[in-house]
Design a binder for this molecule. Structure first.
Ligand code: GTR
Length: 424
């Protein structure tokens, strides 16, 4: 499935680095804004995102600079040498490590309705039970599979960080957060699980959820946090998907919004079975660059203070010290290459830093290019209300606030059509 090009390809979206390992974002930003301004002059209607001009300059770590000092120049070197190194850096410094505690896992379809949604879909409600000794935990999955599409079908899995009313199996309550009817009409299966099934979203000293089941008595500084636990949960749902003949196991997208978007990226970075990874408004420790510190966005210090349970303890040592991190979030996007990644932002969602989310995708570009892919195929942010579809990556920015809307989903479904070779 993974095509490995052995030669470095310089063809691609004009990279906006000054030289490897020393990328001046401010220079790129000035260049971009000039280009945007002249374009805006021509089309009076177009509107573009205006970043903060007073933001301090910063330098990003080079995804292609190996730990031994040797630069990565082929896709094979990326996959065998650098990718494992970068994954390990994120485990050790940001999200934490899954414990090696043994457990057993079982799947049970507890309810099935072949005539759901007025006959358009088959509903399956699946329970995934994780057991250790006498203790167990159950992840409930709601899954709709389109009846009229030829099987197997591609699927979207939402890591849902909002209440169960957003993924109601009865469809009495519908929500743009998980527009199941829309996905079914387009020939996609759509599934969701509630993140709290895996680990309740609270700072309880890691007593409940999967931590209570699998953690060692003493948690090391790089023990997994709650985001890593949710990402692990997404992989357990993928384990079930692999057993369901109705689903194309090589066409599974994982999607999340905000804290769920951070989770989707970390799940997709680790688990190569996800063919498409979708981050919606994921912000700090998601798609946005930590080193970009403009006023109004969430910092590492702030996120660790508000949500002390989301990451490993070591991440807190970077509070106010983003430049000391051995990674930045473009390297998280790069871990998904050559698989597809989609990042969405909202104009008013400055807390998540839309431009920082865009730049992460841009700066993952050199890794996509190792595989002969152009990632976004552009270096400028699209106008508000529009999208860039590259051959490895997608980015869009829409009007409005922090949310996962039908408009966002339509953009992701359009990109999925491209990635999975489906006509509209
Ligand atoms: C915010 C948090 C963000 C984001 C958001 C959400 O309070 O600061 O990082 O995750 O919550 O999940 O809606």
């Amino acid at each position: 499935m993974i095509m490995i090009a052995l030669v470095y390809s310089a063809v691609g979206d004009a990279p906006i680095k000054t030289h490897p390992g020393n990328w001046s974002d401010q220079k790129a930003q000035r260049h971009e804004e000039q280009a945007v301004r002249s374009k805006t002059d021509r089309t009076a209607q177009s509107r573009t995102f205006q970043p903060d001009p007073d933001m301090p300059a910063f330098t990003l770590p080079d995804p292609l600079g190996g730990a031994d000092g040797r630069r990565i120049v082929t896709a094979e070197e990326w996959m065998t040498r650098r990718r494992p190194e970068v994954l390990e850096l994120f485990r050790k410094h940001v999200y934490g490590r899954v414990p090696v505690t043994p457990y057993t896992k079982s799947f049970k379809v507890v309810h099935q309705d072949p005539k759901a949604m007025g006959g358009a879909a088959t509903l399956k409600q699946v329970q995934i039970t994780i057991s250790r000794g006498q203790a167990s935990l159950t992840i409930s999955v709601v899954l709709f599979i389109p009846n009229r599409a030829p099987k197997p079908v591609p699927a979207f899995l939402l890591i849902c960080n909002r209440g169960p009313e957003n993924f109601d199996p009865t469809r009495e309550r519908k929500s743009e957060f998980w527009p199941a009817e829309e996905a079914i009409a387009r020939g996609y299966a759509i599934a969701a699980f509630h993140n709290a099934d895996v680990d309740p979203d609270k700072d309880d000293g890691f007593k409940d959820g999967i931590h209570g089941l699998l953690d060692a008595a003493v948690r090391p500084p790089d023990a997994w946090g709650t985001i890593a636990a949710w990402a692990w949960g997404a992989s357990r749902v993928m384990d079930y998907f692999e057993t369901d003949a109705g689903l194309s196991r090589d066409k599974i997208a994982v999607i999340g919004h905000s804290r769920g978007g951070k989770t989707a990226l970390w799940a997709g970075a680790q688990d190569e079975r996800f063919a498409l990874v979708v981050s919606n408004d994921s912000g700090c420790a998601g798609a946005s660059l930590s080193r970009r510190r403009f006023q109004g966005k969430e910092s590492v210090d702030r996120i660790n203070t508000s949500f002390p349970h989301w990451f490993c303890e070591t991440y807190k040592t970077y509070n106010g010290r983003e430049d000391a991190l051995p990674v930045d979030q473009h390297m998280l996007i790069a871990l998904i290459a050559p698989r597809a990644v989609a990042v969405g932002s909202a104009e008013q969602d400055l807390w998540a830093d839309p431009r920082g989310e865009f730049l992460s995708v841009i700066h993952a570009g050199p890794v996509y290019r190792l595989f002969g892919r152009r990632a976004l195929g552009a270096a400028m942010m699209p106008e508000i209300g529009s999208a860039l579809h590259g051959d490895g990556a997608h980015y869009h920015i829409r009007e409005g606030k922090h949310d996962l809307t039908l408009n966002d989903w339509q953009s992701y479904l359009d990109f999925a059509d491209r990635v999975f070779g489906r006509g509209k």
